[in-house]
Every structure is written in C-alpha cells, then in structure tokens.
Design a protein around this ligand. Structure first.
Ligand SMILES: [Zn+2]
Length: 481
C-alpha cells in the first residue's frame, strides 16, 4: 500500500500539484439486530482510496475502490484536473497552516476484539433481551442491535507525512415501545445511550459494561408505566438534565455552532449557520462561570479519538468555552487562519475514502463539577429530572431550541416523585447555558457516543462523543404550554 501511496504523490507533483495527500482505507463492519424476535445480520467490508490535491490554489479530489498502480495514477491525474478547473473559479487560494510531516502508527485501544466473539453469542444476547421486553403484551415493538466496526487507514502526503491508524468501535442498545390500544398512547423507553445506542471506541467490553440483560426488565416496565404517567408541567422551573440528554444538547448548541466553516458561511446545508461569529471569540459569555467545555481528540474511548486527523494534524485538547466565555473553534489546516490561529486544531475528517474531509466535531464535553446527584436533587425544591432523548429541534443559527426526552420525574421538596411523560424544555442557547448552576462530578460523567452526525453536500456521516454528567439549569421553560 505504501508504494501505491508514494506513486500517487509522485504523479501529483509531476502534474503540478503544490500539495497532495492520499488516504487508503479498508474497513470491516458487523451489524446485528433483532426486531420483535426476528434477527438480521449484516457483515460488510470495503476498501478504496481518495486523493486530494491543491493546484493553482484550488482543491481537487478523486477516489476509487480499485487499488492498482494504473488506477492510482488515473485517479491522481483526475484530482489534478478537477483542481485545475476549480482554480478558475476561486476567490482566494487555499493556504494550509503549517504542520510537521508526522511519521507514526496509531491504534485505538480495546480489551476484547468484538470480531472474535461468536455471532451466536451476540444473537443470543439480543434474543434474550427481546424475550424479556415482549413478556408483556403491551410492548408492541422491541428492537435491539449490536454494531462493530474496524477501520485501517494509511495517510501519506506530499510534505512527507506517513501515518497509519486503526480504529475499532463497538456499541449497541435496545428499545421497547408500549402501546395502549384503548387510549392510543404510545411510549418508548431505551437503554443505554443517546437515542438507545451507546458506542465507544473500545471492544466487546463496552457491551458487557452496560449489562443489557439486567436493565431489560426496568426498560420494559418504564415504557408501560409511561402509558399512564402524568403530563409534563408547564412553566418556568429548575431542570436537572441527565448526561445522555445533555450530550445531544452540547452537540447541537455548541458542537455545530463552533464548526468554523459553518461560522464562515461555507457550510449551511445540513444544520444551518452559526450565531458564534468570529468577533465573539474570547469575549462572548456563552454560559455561567462553571461552564467549561473542552474539545478533545485524545479522550479515551471517544468515537472521534484519533492519532491524527485527515489533514495529518496530531489530535489535541482545547477549550471551546472556558469559565463561561466562548474561547475556541473547531478548525482545519485550510481555515485555521480565519480564527487567527497559526496551526490547525486537527478537526478535519472525512466519511471514508470516497469523501473529501471537512471540519467535523471532535469529542466535545462538559467538564464535570463537584455535586453528587442525590445532593443535587435534594437541593432542588421544585423542578423536573429528565433523561434519554426523544426528539429535538433547533433553529438555523443554533439559538432557539426545544428538546423532548423519553421520561422524566417531578422533583418536589428535594425528592423525585411522580413519573412524567413527554418531558419538554426549551430555551435560547446562551441564556440556557448561563442558567447552569450545578454540575455533577466525574463519578456521574460518561462519554456518550453520537454515531450519525450528518453534514455536507453530498452528505457525510461522522461519529463523535460528548461527555456529560447530570446538570442543573435554573428557571427553564418546561412543557408545551
Ligand atoms: Zn450533528
């Protein structure tokens, strides 16, 4: 593979490229699911390469699944020709921030290789969960899945970088949907992650650590109990948001708005533009003083944890919000200068070999505080506690949002009391984060995986994680009234 990569770089330079890189990627995946007792298994493998060049200040990209010398040559020349055509249209030539040409090998860590666990064992687990969930006839839909993926990537650049990386990701989860045929009420409960599934860049040990079987009965019973639970109260009150819901809040209300290409108006298709414009950097009060949010490409087990990004930039950890002040963007080599930075933050990633990299979220997390959850509930006179995302909406600038979770409980006199269905809260991003007054400690903190973040046109999928612990926000608008 190395030789093909070097050959591509030689062809690109001879054809006039100022810069070139190639990513040769092979991956395998296994997705197993059981829906209402019916199993489905999908095992896949894929290989290909993508060549990216800069000619006359413009990008060109071409990719192919055929790993032969001829095809590498043809594809590299195609990328150069595309760049030459693009060069006639560009306003400003691409300028890449300096990065030393790293030569390195990086592997994600794990304990148990999930591809060595027999398929029967995986199916048996899902079937056993299904049996527990559908023990009550009011559960009309049960769904469980497991998913494993390994990617091996070689990155070589015309600057001399040679980086080989292997990523292994494991995860899964399950959900039960209860239906009350008389009232038409439908309620779903899931476990353990953001919208049912939890993924980490680890091995089979992730699945074992969440003890699915021990939680199946509770999930089933909560789905059924929700059928007759009371509604979410209306009005302004304190809200304690569990980590798996707050993870998505961070994703939508801080992650996407700090993507520098979105800020600059270069990416508006999937999720709109951003209110975090460049004059706000270093002075905008995003949240209360206890709000610290870090971007971390090195977080152990994070889905976006990498040795190097698809620009060949070493992964880093930096603050996006420090003591409540907005203090950083997600950048790549081509746009770092627009944030007045000399070096890239290493947030350029592509969805496989067929796509050109762009700025994607790395792992973005809320730094834990020092509360115990029991103490935080006891300290709350009147409010709600909510967990597990059900749905959300956020406007084009990422300011006005509304989230609904699967389940919640009233907090009355410092105690969790009645279960409530369809708990909903809404707010305006900076006001909301400025109302944050208590964050639980690291024992309550989990890195929650988001495996399906969409961006770009044509659309690309990316994976990242968000760490969060239960957190209290004061006087938030809850309910739909
Ligand atoms: Zn997203």
């Amino acid at each position: 593979m190395q030789e093909l990569a070097f050959h591509s770089m030689d062809v690109a330079k001879l054809a006039g490229a100022q810069y070139a890189d190639i990513r040769i990627i092979d991956d395998i995946g296994e997705d197993i699911s059981v829906k209402n007792g019916v199993p489905a298994v999908n095992q896949s493998s894929d290989i290909g390469f993508g060549v990216r060049v800069i000619v006359d200040g413009a990008w060109g990209y071409a990719a192919s699944p055929k790993l032969t010398k001829d095809e590498v040559e043809k594809t590299t020349k195609l990328a150069v020709n595309i760049a030459k055509s693009s060069a006639m249209l560009i306003k400003e030539p691409v300028h890449l921030a300096y990065e030393p040409p790293h030569k390195d090998k990086w592997n994600s860590t794990y304990i148990i290789d999930p591809f060595k666990i027999p398929l029967e064992k995986k199916l048996d687990l899902l079937l056993a969960i299904d049996k527990i969930l559908r023990k009550d006839p009011r559960i009309m839909v049960s769904h469980g899945e497991l998913s494993f993926w390994r990617e091996h990537q070689l990155f070589v650049s015309s600057e001399g970088a040679e980086i080989e990386q292997t990523h292994l990701r494991s995860g899964g989860g399950f959900a039960a949907t209860a239906v009350d045929k008389e009232t038409g009420e439908i309620q779903t409960r899931s476990y353990p992650g953001v919208q049912a599934d939890q993924y980490m860049q680890l091995g089979w040990e992730v699945i074992e650590s969440y003890d699915y079987l021990a939680n199946a009965e509770r999930v089933r019973d909560e789905a059924i109990a929700l059928l007759s639970a009371g509604p979410c109260p209306n009005g302004e009150m304190d809200i304690i948001i569990d980590g798996n819901q707050l993870a998505l809040q961070i994703h939508e209300s801080l992650g996407h708005p700090t993507e520098l290409d979105r800020v600059l108006g270069m990416e508006a298709n999937y999720a709109g533009t951003s209110f975090l414009t460049t004059e706000k950097l270093g002075n905008f009060k995003y949240g209360s003083d206890i709000v610290n949010i870090v971007a971390d490409g090195t977080a152990p087990g994070g889905l976006a944890t990498i040795g190097y990004d698809d620009d060949g930039v070493r992964s880093q950890r930096w603050f996006l919000v420090k003591n409540g002040i907005f203090s950083g963007y997600l950048t790549n080599r081509a746009l770092a200068h627009a944030a007045n930075e000399e070096r890239s933050r290493g947030a350029n990633r592509a969805d496989g070999w067929g796509s050109i990299p762009m700025i994607r979220m790395t792992n973005i997390s809320l730094v834990p505080g020092d509360w115990k959850l029991d103490d935080l509930i006891a300290d709350t006179e009147k409010g709600i506690f909510v967990t597990s995302n059900k749905s959300w909406s956020i406007d084009q600038h990422r300011l006005n949002f509304q989230f609904t979770t699967e389940i919640g409980w009233l907090i009355e006199g410092g105690k969790l009391t009645k279960m409530i269905k369809n708990p909903t809260y809404q707010g305006i991003t900076p006001q909301f984060w400025n109302s944050c007054d208590a964050i639980c400690d690291e024992n309550h903190w989990t890195l929650w995986g988001v495996p399906n973040c969409g961006k770009g046109q044509p659309g690309q999928r990316a994976e990242m994680s968000h760490g969060a612990a239960p957190t209290r926000f004061r006087k938030v608008k809850v309910g739909l009234g």
